[in-house]
Design a protein around this ligand. Structure first.
Ligand code: CUA
Length: 193
């Protein structure tokens, strides 16, 4: 007969020692996995210049479209009086406003965005312009596009049945051309009208 619990005290001690050794082994394996994930996060953060949100700035979703920074005619790209370039955009199921964004090459561009409904996100082409847009909060980051060209800007947070059809365009235009256009309009976009 070899029923569980029928062993001698010695056998119990032996199996406890085996269990302890196995636990220690797994603790090392799990520790190594955690260490390698942390190392990967640090490496990708530094190597790809990832931009985690740096602060919390709240905005009222209920009045977003009526007053304040994110009213429709204030969206798009602005050349501020200080000479800084700011893009203001909102995301909603299932589009971005504006649908086509104009930015200059070789100049720092600050994005300020929020969402009116679900959590959305976007990434611009193969650049490090990448953030989540969360209802009730303003996401901000600054990046520089090295060269002119057209980029796609898809939503990259699953936000519902229309998620895969949610994307915008980003036109990166030469700096001089941008400054010239900014003289003629307060808010720029490349949405056809
Ligand atoms: Cu919006 Cu996915």
């Amino acid at each position: 007969m070899n029923l569980p619990g029928s062993g001698t005290a010695n056998e119990h001690e032996a199996s406890a020692a085996v269990a302890l050794a196995a636990e220690k082994h797994w603790a090392w394996v799990v520790g190594a996995i955690i260490a390698s994930i942390l190392a990967m996060m640090v490496f990708t953060g530094l190597h790809y210049a990832a931009m985690p949100p740096s602060r919390v700035e709240a905005v009222d979703v209920k009045t977003l479209h009526i007053r304040g920074e994110f009213v429709e005619n204030n969206l798009g790209t602005a050349l501020e009086a200080s000479g800084k370039v700011t893009v203001r955009l909102i995301a909603q199921q299932y589009s971005f406003t504006p649908q086509c964004i104009v930015v200059p090459a070789e100049m720092p561009v600050t994005f300020r965005g929020t969402s009116t409904d679900a959590i959305h996100g976007f990434v611009v082409g193969r650049t490090n312009a990448n953030t989540m847009l969360v209802p009730g909060f303003v996401s901000t980051f600054t990046t520089t596009f090295p060269k002119a060209g057209e980029q796609l800007m898809p939503c990259h947070e699953y936000c519902g049945t229309g998620h895969e059809a949610m994307w915008a365009h980003v036109q990166v235009i030469p700096r001089e051309q941008f400054l010239e256009r900014a003289k003629r309009a307060e808010r720029l976009s490349c949405v056809p009208r």
